[in-house]
Ligand binder design. Structure first.
Ligand code: PMP
Length: 412
């Protein structure tokens, strides 16, 4: 599309503004149609039928690490080799991640000489990344070190060098598949390097947040190497902690979350977990196991999600392509899965684009949120979350966004 003059752009922008829009592309929430897919689950547990396959009463306490059939699904979901390597938690994987770090801060991991809270601790944060990971670090006073993301995952040359040199670097955040927000999946080589790299810290941990493992958008599905297997081969399995949940499969906020890890970490986590709960919500677990049955059931269900949300992603990409494709002022990702599109605008413009969009009634994730300390050093990255709004809203919001990008670039 031909470039508009600054005056023409301003006019178009004012026209949008006058419409009094109220559109929201801030967070990766499933849309209503997606949530509807799992509604039948609510009828699968009744006042007459609430026992596990083995006959355990899900109404009562017990089963700290989950019911057997839920652990079975998570064994495949997290790609661990046995149900002994699974802890089923509550509704949120973020809680499990937060609690893991919290326990490390107060007590340390089995190999820690002293609790993390009694020493200087740094974490590597591949960026752009997931803002809530960074918030956890900030919350516990863990210093964040930004590492660039490449098309194959975290920049492993940088990661290997840092972890080998600095023993205060105790961990790294990785969203290995369809990452938030770039949509990138770690290559086999990246996974292998993460599993085998030499770390100065003996109690180093990879917080491997596989939140989007089955969240394909297209027929072209990304493959992810099995990090725990690779780590076992290298004798480094203690460093791997895998997380996942049903938040964007069944109900966001009422799904089931789990952690997968080698037995030493499972025992460590169970010990801490038993201090904070007598057991998880097993009623919700049987709702899930009865509805999905097994991993094949999960995969089949996710095809229905893809049918609903893939067109929304396509609409965003198509509009960005049409409005900005030939202007050389922005680049964006076109992911095979996940929940986000990552948009890079000219250096120094992201905040202004988000401000302009907000003034025109289009809410976007705050600029900078995808970096540690909410500080995008180039002020160029914007995360777009297309799943929640309706198709009509998505299209309109993306058109407004495209005008804001051009306007911010023209002001530079
Ligand atoms: N990890 C990532 C990478 C996410 O994008 C999200 C949701 N936005 C979560 C974890 C949160 O998962 P949960 O609902 O299981 O806490």
């Amino acid at each position: 599309m031909a470039s508009l003059t600054k005056k023409e752009l301003q006019k178009k922008y004012e026209e949008y503004k006058a419409q009094g829009l109220a559109l929201d592309m801030t967070r990766g929430k499933p849309g209503v149609e997606q949530l509807d897919l799992s509604l039948p689950m609510l009828d699968l547990v009744t006042s007459k039928d609430y026992k596990t396959v083995a006959g355990a009463d899900t109404r009562n306490y017990g089963g700290l690490d989950g019911i057997p059939e839920m652990k079975e699904i998570f064994k495949d979901f997290l790609e661990v080799s046995s149900t002994d390597e699974v802890i089923v938690g509550g509704n949120s994987s973020l809680t499990l991640m937060h609690d893991t770090i919290s326990h490390a801060v107060t007590h340390g991991f089995p190999e820690s000489k002293k609790p993390w809270g009694e020493q200087k601790v740094k974490f590597l944060c591949p960026s752009p990344g997931y803002d809530r990971h960074f918030s956890i670090c900030e919350h516990f006073g863990i210093e964040m070190v930004t590492v660039p993301m490449t098309s194959k995952g975290p920049d492993m040359d940088v990661v290997e060098k840092l972890v080998a040199e600095d023993k205060s670097i105790k961990g790294i955040w990785v969203v290995p598949k369809y990452s938030n927000p770039t949509g990138i999946t770690c290559s086999k080589k990246t996974v292998k390097r993460l599993a085998t790299m030499k770390t100065a810290a003996k109690d180093f941990r990879i917080m491997y947040d596989n939140a989007y493992t089955v969240h394909h958008l297209s027929k072209e599905q990304d493959e992810l190497a099995n990090i725990l297997e690779l780590a076992k081969e290298a004798g480094t399995e203690n460093r791997v902690l895998i997380f996942g949940s049903f938040s964007k499969i069944s109900f966001a906020g009422a799904g089931v979350a789990a952690m997968g890890a080698a037995k030493v970490n499972i025992d460590w986590m169970k010990g801490h977990l038993s201090m904070s709960t007598i057991g998880p919500d097993k009623l919700n677990q049987i709702r899930h196991t009865r509805f999905f049955k097994d991993m094949k059931g999960v995969e089949k269900h996710m095809k229905k999600h893809a049918k609903i949300i893939a067109p929304k992603f396509e609409a965003v990409i198509e509009i960005l392509e049409k409005e900005l494709g030939d202007k050389g002022i922005a680049t964006w990702t076109n992911p095979n899965g996940g929940y986000f599109i990552s948009l890079d605008v000219p250096k120094g413009c992201a905040k202004e684009v988000v401000r302009l969009a907000a003034e025109a009634g289009v809410k976007l994730t705050a600029a900078g949120a995808t970096f540690p300390y909410k500080n995008d050093p180039k002020d160029e990255n914007i995360r777009i979350a297309p799943t929640l709004p309706s198709m009509g809203e998505i299209k309109l919001a993306t058109r407004v966004l495209a005008v804001c990008v051009q306007l911010a670039a023209a002001k530079k």
